[in-house]
Design a protein around this ligand. Structure first.
Ligand code: ADP
Length: 551
């Protein structure tokens, strides 16, 4: 801790809440700029919804949500329509204030007219969401899962998931929501901070019992009942990767604004807390993402009325210590140095081996035999790697640190609890990263560093450079599109400091242009085709500039 004054540069900076220090020019910071904003309930819902528009089936792990107050009329209309088409549908909804946590201000409703409009909604926006009525129960209780995810790098994307997490239990037996039990928080909300106040809360020294258990203990139980635990893990990994893919485009905009490319700055990593609910059929559903998950390994115990003491919590300790320890192992700058040296040694060896083979071949005139042998060795490795990419999750032992064989001090530590899932499974998920490519176009035209919004000139340049305007889409129409969409987004956005077009507005404009240009295709194909077209024209332009520059 450096309570006062400036200090020498550090290898790792551990910020308590969010990325906040723009005076760091090297090392690694444990928070990404903009992450806190990105995982707020409204922003997360918006980011996931953009992905649901493009890939509805792939993103059906997030409950249908509406943003209040702006989408209240839409919410009312859609619910009425769905009820009309299926009169047996008796939904329940959960209203969650934006930026709230620990169950604060959350309530359940049966009908849109039950939303408490007085005061709070206007001053405090919220998300209203379909309530998952049939969760998986253990010991007749509802529970959710807290999983820790390390976003180790944004570019290139690197994601790790902790192999164990926490299961947090309600303290009243679950019943499907009825008008009578809607308000019973100990039955419907799994928040630890709420349930701890229930007389039924059980602190346990054992990771298999009590109101907070390890996720692995639940998996063991499910497995003994014959559940397909491997498939469940694979679905969870897929949910985590897809959620991060939904968040990365905007995170990149924040990143370039706080840490401009080409200027000295730190790199970032972040531990995220994913809250996941399992449905009765074992389908995992995303509830929310926490940018600053609690890492407490103690809990309060009331010794006598009103007298509290902090006592160790073995369940928290088992899960959280491993997450922090392994995060530090993965971002260890010494390890990177060792790895670089190791890679250099391997490369040197390969070059020398190659030279040796060529030399021998030349001397012995056995070029083909030797060359084939070398290729064969390499192919085997590549094949091995691609096989590993095929299976989406072996729930086997966690990753070992790359070079812990013998000489590394890490050899004495337990194997990593953090399992790399991206880029390991990149092949299965890269097709979803369309908005990332749209964000790359957006960032290119942002121009002045430090901004997160695109001005009208930047938007016009984008249209011109990508050759998107023609006789049926004039530059005047371009300006109208810019003004319309930007005005609407700025009236609902939280960031009023900067004027201009934010990324979501640009994405909306981009989808509009794609629909115009490629009418007959499904939306994700329209968008992919327009991205290809833009990237093609920009590459040609860069090439021309390069040649012109050389000339
Ligand atoms: P907070 O940040 O206040 O904890 P959450 O989104 O995590 O807000 O919701 C609090 C609790 O409410 C969750 O832990 C879960 O038990 C319950 N919950 C939230 N959303 C849903 C939902 N769509 N369906 C069922 N239960 C939900």
């Amino acid at each position: 801790q450096f309570p006062l004054g400036r200090r020498l540069p550090c290898d790792i900076y551990w910020h308590g809440v969010s990325f906040h220090d723009n005076d760091i020019f090297s090392g690694q910071v444990n928070k990404f700029p903009g992450m806190t904003e990105m995982v707020r309930k409204i922003t997360l819902s918006r980011a996931v919804r953009t992905m649901q528009d493009l890939f509805p089936l792939e993103y059906n792990f997030y409950p249908r949500s509406w943003i209040l107050p702006e989408e209240l009329p839409l919410f009312v209309a859609e619910v009425r329509m769905m009820k009309d088409s299926d009169p047996s549908w008796k939904p329940t909804f959960i209203v969650k204030p934006d930026g709230g946590c620990q169950g604060d201000g959350i309530y359940l409703i049966k009908d849109p007219s039950d939303i408490r409009l007085t005061g709070s909604i206007q001053s405090r926006p919220a998300v209203v969401q379909e309530y998952i009525c049939k969760p998986l129960l253990v010991d007749k209780l509802k529970f959710d899962i807290r999983l820790y995810v390390l976003l180790k790098s944004l570019e290139p994307l690197e994601i790790y998931i902790a192999k164990d997490g926490l299961s947090r239990f309600c303290t009243e037996p679950y019943q499907e929501p009825t008008l009578k039990n809607l308000h019973q928080v100990f039955m419907h909300l799994t928040n630890y901070s709420l349930n701890i106040h229930s007389g039924n809360f059980i602190h346990s020294d054992n990771v298999n019992t009590g109101s907070k258990r390890t996720f692995s203990s639940i998996l063991c139980r499910l497995s003994s009942r014959g559940a397909d635990v491997k498939k469940l893990w694979s679905d969870i990994i897929s949910l985590v990767i897809k959620t991060i893919i939904a968040l990365t485009p905007e995170l990149k905009v924040y990143y370039q604004s706080d840490i401009p490319a080409g200027k000295p700055g730190p790199t970032c990593f972040q531990i995220l807390g994913f809250d996941i609910l399992l449905m009765k059929n074992l389908k995992p559903m995303l509830l929310e993402v926490n940018a600053n998950p609690s890492m407490r390994i103690e809990h309060e115990q009331e010794l006598s009325p009103g007298v509290f003491e902090n006592v160790p919590s073995p369940v928290d300790e088992e899960v959280k210590v491993a997450v922090i320890r392994d995060t530090l192992r993965l971002v260890d700058p010494q390890k990177k140095k060792r790895k670089d040296t190791h890679t250099a040694e391997v490369l040197l060896f390969q070059v020398q081996f190659c030279r040796l083979v060529c030399l021998c071949s030349y001397l012995e005139n056995k070029v083909n035999i030797r060359y084939d042998y070398f290729m064969c060795c390499r192919c085997q490795t590549l094949e091995h790697v691609s096989e590993a990419n095929e299976e989406l999750l072996d729930a086997g032992p966690a990753d070992r640190p790359e070079n812990d064989a013998g000489r590394s001090p890490e050899a004495a530590l337990p194997s990593l609890c953090l399992k790399q899932v991206f880029p390991k499974y990149a092949k299965q998920f890269n097709y979803l990263r369309l908005v990332d490519r749209v964000a790359a176009l957006f960032i290119r035209f942002l121009g002045v560093k430090g901004t997160t919004k695109l001005g009208p000139t930047g938007f016009r340049t984008f249209i011109r450079n990508c050759k998107l305007s023609n006789s049926s889409f004039s530059m005047a129409a371009v300006d109208i599109l810019y003004i319309d969409i930007t005005r609407r987004w700025n009236s609902v956005g939280i960031d009023h400091k900067e004027s201009g077009m934010c990324l979501q507005a640009f994405v909306e404009a981009f989808f509009c242009l794609a629909q115009k240009k490629y009418k007959s295709l499904p939306l994700h194909e329209q968008v992919a085709a327009l991205i290809d077209c833009c990237e093609y024209h920009l590459a040609a332009l860069d090439e021309k500039r390069l040649v012109g520059g050389r000339g």
